[in-house]
Design a protein around this ligand. Structure first.
Ligand SMILES: NC(=O)C1=CN([C@@H]2O[C@H](COP(=O)(O)OP(=O)(O)OC[C@H]3O[C@@H](n4cnc5c(N)ncnc54)[C@H](OP(=O)(O)O)[C@@H]3O)[C@@H](O)[C@H]2O)C=CC1
Ligand SMILES: O=C1O[C@H](COP(=O)(O)O)[C@@H](O)[C@H](O)[C@H]1O
Length: 510
């Protein structure tokens, strides 16, 4: 196990949703798993007026996210965790507030012996991220002459390529790139990391992982929920910015990348950047018209209950043209992937919550078993990222009896079968990595920019292009029927079920 140094975690935006919903529960789990260092404190900072006790009440004792867990523990343990949390009111006057903050950090450092190791987590609106970094540098809180100073930045990393570059340049004025940790919580998911292990620790997959054997790659990310309480944010973002530019292109980079020379952060990140740079950027309108689909969910009934359409959601413009569904077909311009189409879709208000990567293999070039009865496109490797995490290989077996009738069979592995292994939540894993200075699962500036290079022309076309289509789909179905047009002669999207082994449908309205 790696060593975690004594340190202080300073969370900006500590009165917000993410802190209560993800960050504190992740720290709580790390505490229970005895993964936090002995000398560890959290200092929450926001403009809300809270005392240490009120902050502890909000994010621990009265937290809906910890209620069940707390019940299972003795009072002393909960108290011990809560006593590691402190709060500093920032107000609106940056100069005096940051002076107060820096003094508070110094005092807590002395009382809890955190050795001047500070990790700043920016869980604030994106508009103030650079300002916070600047203020920290003005108070020398970026100075690593005594202890490390790390800056964790939440998504979105910019709104497009230009703003992402500005943000990166802005942050790099105050913190060096190795001090900056851009969090993408999909990289913290165990099964996303397992993509690397599946590919590079097995000699049975990697030799097939190229244009000679792979027919096409399909990635589906579906959520059953709508925009919930985040309509205001989402309406300015949309599916392409919210999920595709970051989480899904990170997954694509792990599927596409060449083998790194080792498992060091920079070795892996260098290969991911190369992979993202090899995505063929679509620039002309006809290509964008043919290869991109966007849509919005419209009101419908799910399990007998009426569900709002996107334009009726709180915080959403009634004439909004923001997409809640995006499906993109693209190619990768390199030796390994030449001519292999990638189909990636993401959406809200689908029939179920699921994320899968499906590698569709080519059929054998000479068909011996003419009456096989198996759909010739059915050789697949399915990597299930969530839920029911696991891996499934679909292959042909002989049906017992005369002749050579072939049927499809499954070879499967489920993470749940590793009963005694504790699988960390994404935020737990990522926080622990950052605490230990391991940036492998964090996005580097050039990765983020390479992803925007690919996404920018699509966004631009959707905003300004001629003949741009916006389809509707009833909340609770697998998107617009027109999305099938993207798949050409290859068949249909695989519409997965709740469980990995469910044999799913392949049509939109079922
Ligand atoms: N919530 C989620 O599920 C996810 C969120 N994110 C990202 O995480 C970040 C935080 O999200 P979320 O918690 O939902 O947002 P919220 O709007 O719930 O919280 C943001 C917090 O920032 C604080 N804040 C605002 N201005 C300042 C300031 N000048 N200085 C310090 N704090 C300030 C606000 O508190 P106060 O008014 O008290 O200062 C508020 O508590 C965003 O960048 C978001 O995109 C990413 C993925 C998922
Ligand atoms: O970053 C985001 O991710 C969530 C989906 O995350 P998951 O871990 O539940 O798959 C998404 O709902 C949200 O809109 C987006 O901002």
């Amino acid at each position: 196990m790696k060593k975690t140094d004594s340190q202080m975690l300073i969370i900006f935006g500590a009165s917000g949703d993410l802190t209560a919903r993800k960050l504190i529960p992740a720290l709580f789990n790390l505490y229970i798993a005895e993964q936090l260092p002995d000398n560890f404190v959290v200092l929450g900072a926001s403009r809300s007026n809270l005392s240490d006790e009120e902050f502890r009440g909000k994010v621990v004792y009265d937290s809906t996210y910890l209620k069940e867990k707390i019940k299972e523990l003795d009072k002393k343990q909960v108290e011990d965790f809560a006593n590691k949390l402190f709060y500093e009111d920032l107000g609106d006057d940056y100069a005096s507030d940051y002076e107060g903050l820096s003094k508070r950090i110094e005092t807590l450092n002395d009382s809890h012996d955190t050795e001047h190791n500070y990790m700043f987590y920016l869980s604030t609106p994106p508009s103030i991220v650079e300002t916070v970094a600047k203020n920290l540098s003005e108070y020398n809180l970026n100075d690593e002459s005594k202890g490390f100073k790390r800056l964790i930045v939440e998504k979105p990393f910019g709104y497009n390529l230009e703003t992402a570059k500005n943000l990166n340049n802005g942050l790099q004025q105050y913190f060096k790139e190795p001090q900056i940790y851009r969090i993408d919580h999909y990289l913290g998911k165990e099964t996303v990391q397992n993509l690397l292990v599946t590919r590079f620790s097995n000699s049975i997959f990697e030799p097939l992982w190229n244009r000679n054997y792979i027919h096409h790659v399909e990635i589906t990310n579906a959520e059953s929920v709508g925009v919930e309480k985040r309509g205001g944010y989402y309406d300015k973002s949309g599916a392409l910015r919210d999920m595709f530019q970051n989480h899904l292109l990170q997954i694509v980079s792990l599927v596409v990348m060449e083998p790194p020379i080792g498992d060091q952060p920079e070795e892996i990140r260098n290969e991911k950047v190369k992979a993202l740079k090899s995505l063929r950027v679509m620039r002309d309108e006809q290509t964008l018209f043919n290869n991109t689909i966007r849509a919005q969910y419209v009101s419908s009934e799910i399990d007998g209950e009426k569900v709002k359409g996107y334009r009726e959601e709180d915080g959403v413009d009634p004439n909004s043209t923001t997409e809640t569904y995006a499906a993109i077909k693209f190619f990768v311009d390199n030796w390994r992937w030449h001519g292999v189409p990638f189909y990636v879709r993401t959406a809200k208000r689908m029939p179920t919550k699921v994320t899968e990567v499906i590698i569709h293999f080519k059929t054998p070039h000479h068909q011996i078993f003419q009456d096989s009865g198996v759909n010739s496109k059915d050789n697949k490797l399915i990597i299930r990222i969530q839920p029911d995490e696991g891996i499934l290989v679909k292959f042909g077996v002989k049906v017992p009896g005369q002749g050579f009738k072939v049927e499809r069979a499954n070879l499967d592995f489920y993470y749940s079968s590793l009963a005694q292994t504790y699988v960390m939540e994404a935020y737990e894993r990522l926080l622990l990595d950052a605490m230990q200075g391991d940036a492998t699962l964090y996005a580097r500036a050039d990765e983020v920019e390479a992803a925007w290079e690919f996404v920018d022309p699509i966004l631009d076309y959707w905003k300004n292009g001629k003949d741009v289509r916006m389809y509707g789909y009833a909340a609770g179905v697998w998107g617009p029927e027109n999305a099938d047009e993207l798949i050409d002669d290859l068949g249909f999207w695989r519409n997965p079920g709740k469980n990995l082994a469910d044999d799913p449908g392949y049509c939109v309205i079922c």
